[in-house]
Design a protein around this ligand. Sequence first.
Ligand code: GP0
Length: 833
Amino acid sequence: IGIHKRGVQFPQTHPLALAPVTPPPPTVDGFVKEFLHELNTDQGVALSRSSINDQYTALAHTVRNYLTARWLETGRKQREGHTKSVAYLSAEYLLGRQLGNNLLAANLNDVARKALESCGLSLDTLRAQEVEPGLGNGGLGRLAACFIDSLATMNVPCVGYGIRYEYGIFRQTFVNGEQVEQPDSWLALGNPWEIAHPEAAVKVNFGGRVETVTDEAGVATSTWVPEWNVLGVPYNIMVPGYLNGRVNTLRLWSAQATQAFDLSIFNAGDYAQAVRAQTFAENISKVLYPEDSTPQGKELRLQQQYFFVACSLRDFIDNQGEDFDLRDLPERVIFQLNDTHPVIAVPELMRILIDERGFDWNDAWAITSKCFAYTCHTLLPEALEVWSVELLGRLLPRHLEIIYRINTEFLEVVRERWPDDYLRLGRMSIVTEYPERGIRMAYLATVAGIKVNGVAALHSQLLRDKVLNDFAELWPDKFINVTNGVTPRRFMKLANPHLSDLITDTIGTGWVTDLERLEELAPYADDADFRAAFREAKHANKIRLRDRLRVRDGIELPTDHMLDVMVKRLHEYKRQTLKLLHIVSLYEQIISGKVDAADVTPRTFVFGAKAAPGYRMAKNIIHLINNVGEVVNNDPAVEGRLKVFFPANYNVTLAERLIPAADLSEQISLAGMEASGTGNMKFALNGAITIGTDDGANVEIRKLVGDDNFFLFGMDEPQVAALGAKGYHPGEYYESDPRLKATLDLIASGTFSNGDHQTFEPVVSNLVHNDRFMALADFTSYIEAQAKVDAAYADTEAWTRSAILNVARCGFFSSDRSMKDYIKLIWGTNPVL
Ligand code: GP0
């Protein structure tokens, strides 16, 4: 009984099959024809009877059709050239909506708009119909999306590999100010951007045991006898380059039950159990784990990791053809490990080479140790994944055995270099014994990787000097920096049409793919007309945001305030509480009569942040932000001066509206905690000025834009380390700074919790007694910097000048530049034209 029919027939010799089928020319009429064809034949409805979802789906398919020939052509050229590809392995891709981006890449925007108009339809309405694929938590997943966009735009062969989660990052709602998670059923109305290939499904094994046989010569051979398996079904998604006719592929894997899986139980006669087993298999790609920077060590998560990595390696290798010699693999591919989530790929490749292809250990390692590179995204110790040996051994016994051997051989190298340094051996071992026996995935990645990179200059330096210091001593050349970047296509051209048009009118179109050219704007910072036009664009963006928030959240955003924005995951190290202390402090000063409301710069504060569902403190902080907003927004004493908004469910779609409207960008993590940040880059490129600590990529932003165009505050990393070493006592700051005391006391008094003292007691007492991320130590400095912000904002022309210089000097933060760095320092791949 063939549920999955496989196989292909070659060749198809019809003359029409020599070139891919192309839609009519991209004229308005041609587009209408293709659109109606899709609507009628694919959706099976007449225009007059079609729903918005029918129209959106047909439109998406129409755009896809225009890109298809390019896609096939890209694949053909790549296969023919036998060129080296990047295989980006990432458990997350936070793509954002596809329609606008793909229209932009294919230069179909105007044609589509007119074509739809001629059908009586609005492009904007159809764009709003798309549910964004939220297959990531935050920065890490969005970075992956920016990178694949850049590689396609730069004509570099790349396939992104990941998981097709049925449920992406949860939809956040607020109930009485508290976060409540709703499932993100993003596939409910279909996904017109993906193409499933069930016939190309890959089998993935799990569990069981390893059998070891020793021959007469004493050579032991291990065979994995797995216990169960699932199928990985690939779904292909187009990744079009910007106006270059290239289309790369994002291949996401979906888990399905195998026949064998069902049959063994069917044969036992238990139908219901067989169906349950199917559900068990499909669970693997069911849901994205919503923890950012705090992995939970759950079994299903390890299953996900191995699942997508095993599928991806198999897929890549099989695509090289039957007679491909795996010794040439390093010339064909670099597997870039996006954090430790895909690191199980290392023992998997060893297993394939040794167990399936008959290589001996040394030959297998010679290949494997040239095929991987590792990007680390964190400095938080709790974010570094460690898998318990008990779990790994149960799920992947052969892989555990391979990891042990990698470790043994690695420790041999360490011992040779530092004989008798037992402490060092213990520190560097991939296998740790505490708090339980576990595998340190970052160490495995470091040992196997050809390079290890951090994501901003400071982060890479701290990796070398602290987190991975022993490894950097052993292999100094392995450690490099590649500062993150963001795609100017989505985050400027698409998200900020007003500013983009102004830039293009001023310096031409080239900047979109050559972002350093923004520096040509610098002289215009001194041009009063340009400044006025720049302000006009900012104002137009505020109106666009106001209109969106009005409909989306029932919020009435003032468009004549300074817009002060803090959007990122909710985490204590990012210090949303510090921002909140600033707001509460401003409020306290007004209501206590210390400051006249009329003297306060009108500001609207906007937060956007999701908390991991199990992260209690983060959820308390969300509750507090909402309640502060409730009180402040309804107090006539601060009317016209302060507003605090927290639209629920911050995501890529909202970011695209919010960031272009911002005046002030809040990047206020404790120095030494934020690996890079990428939101910080998006704000600066859209003409917001940063208030920030010397952390992550803020350091590089400040260096580029200059101290006059950046509001720096707080301790730097060495000062943080010194304070920590000396002993940090937040209570001392509380006692000695009356303004801070009044602020915390106001929260503790129940002002923001209907007089109840318990609600926010955990937040306040954590700050006063523990404050791991030293918010109180940086409070005074932050308040002073905010006063400077107010003063600077009062001088409209000078502020605009600074904002323009931020745009002009941040071209470095294009993800195209990041990709050039990866290519030059790690990958050695070439464009295929
Ligand atoms: C880092 F460790 N990041 C992690 C993680 O689990 N998830 C995640 O999104 C982020 C960093 O926090 C970052 O500094 C960085 O820019 C981003 O990875 C991409 O490198 C801010 O989001």
